[in-house]
Design a protein around this ligand. Structure first.
Ligand code: PGA
Length: 253
C-alpha cells in the first residue's frame, strides 16, 4: 500500500557538470525500476540542470532545504515557490546537520513544513536522536517532541505529502547503521505516534524512511522490516552504481 521511496541526499557535493553526469548514469541504472519512488537532492545551483537531465525518467528532484516565505527581503534564501520553479517535487527539512550546524529548531522546521504544504511540494521531514539521548533513555521523548512540534498544525490532508525520515544522528556518515530491529522499533513507534496525532489511516499511509549509513549491503535487511518504507541515503547516493543497487533493493521474502 505504501510505495517505497529511496532518496539520495547529495549534501554539499558535486558541481553542475558532476551532478548532471551522476543523474544521467543513475537514470540509466534504475530505468526498469517501476515500484519505487526514486528521488535525488543536489545542491541548489545544480537543481535546474539536473531537472533537465531527469526529465522523462523515473527519478524525481528534491532540494535539501528551503526558507518558509515565498519571496521578499530575505537575502540568501530560497523559497518553496522557486524550488518548484526549478523542478523540485520534494524538499528535505530538519536534517540533523541543519539542526546541529545551522541552528534549525523544531519551530523553524515546522514553518518550513507548513510553507511546503501551502506551496504544493512534498516534504521529507527528518528526525533522529543523538547517541547520548539514546543511551540515557531519552530517545522516545526526543522523537515525540520532534514529530509533535515539527508537524504542528499540519492537517490530515497536508500529511498526505509528508514523508518522515528517521535518521539516528549516530548513524549518519559514521558507517554505523542501525540494526534492522532498531530501525523497526523506532519506525513502529513513529507510526503509533502519527496514529495518536492524526488517525490510523494517516499513520498507515505515511511513509517512514530510515537514514544513516544505508549501503547496498544493508538495504535489503532494512527494507524487510514492516515499517521501513524506504531510505534516505547520503554517502552511498554519490555513486550511481551503489545508489541504483539501493533503489533496486531485494527484501527477503
Ligand atoms: P549517510 O547520510 O548515508 O552518509 O549516513 C544520511 C543522511 O545524512 O541523510
Amino acid at each position: 500500500m505504501r510505495t517505497p521511496m529511496i532518496a539520495g541526499n547529495w549534501k554539499l557535493h558535486k558541481t553542475i557538470a558532476e551532478a548532471t553526469s551522476l543523474a544521467s548514469e543513475l537514470t540509466a541504472a534504475v530505468a526498469s525500476n517501476q515500484n519505487v519512488e526514486i528521488v535525488v537532492a543536489p545542491v541548489y545551483t545544480a537543481l535546474s540542470k539536473v531537472a533537465e537531465t531527469l526529465a522523462g525518467s523515473n527519478v524525481k528532484l528534491a532540494a535539501q532545504n528551503c526558507y518558509p516565505e515565498p519571496q521578499g527581503a530575505f537575502t540568501g534564501e530560497v523559497s518553496p515557490l522557486l524550488l518548484k520553479d526549478a523542478g523540485c517535487e520534494y524538499v528535505i527539512i530538519g536534517h540533523s546537520e541543519r539542526r546541529q550546524l545551522f541552528a534549525e529548531t523544531d519551530e523553524s522546521v515546522n514553518k518550513k513544513a507548513l510553507a511546503l504544504a501551502e506551496g504544493g511540494l512534498g516534504t521529507i521531514f527528518c528526525i533522529g536522536e543523538t547517541l547520548e539521548e539514546r543511551e540515557t533513555g531519552k530517545m522516545f521523548d526526543v522523537l515525540r517532541q520532534q514529530v509533535t512540534a515539527g508537524l504542528k498544525n499540519l492537517t490530515t490532508e497536508q500529511m498526505k505529502t509528508v514523508v518522515v525520515a528517521y535518521e539516528p544522528v549516530w548513524a549518519i556518515g559514521t558507517g554505523k547503521v542501525a540494526t534492522d530491529e532498531q530501525a523497526q522499533e523506532v519506525h513502529s513507534f513513529i507510526r503509533g505516534l502519527l496514529a495518536e496525532l492524526y488517525d490510523a489511516q494517516t499513520a498507515a499511509a505515511t511513509r517512514i524512511l530510515y537514514g544513516g549509513s544505508v549501503k547496498p549491503g544493508n538495504v535489503d535487511g532494512l527494507m524487510t522490516q514492516p515499517d521501513v518504507d524506504g531510505a534516505l541515503v547520503g554517502g552511498a547516493s554519490l555513486k550511481a552504481e551503489d545508489f541504483a543497487r539501493i533503489a533496486n533493493f531485494e527484501p527477503a521474502a
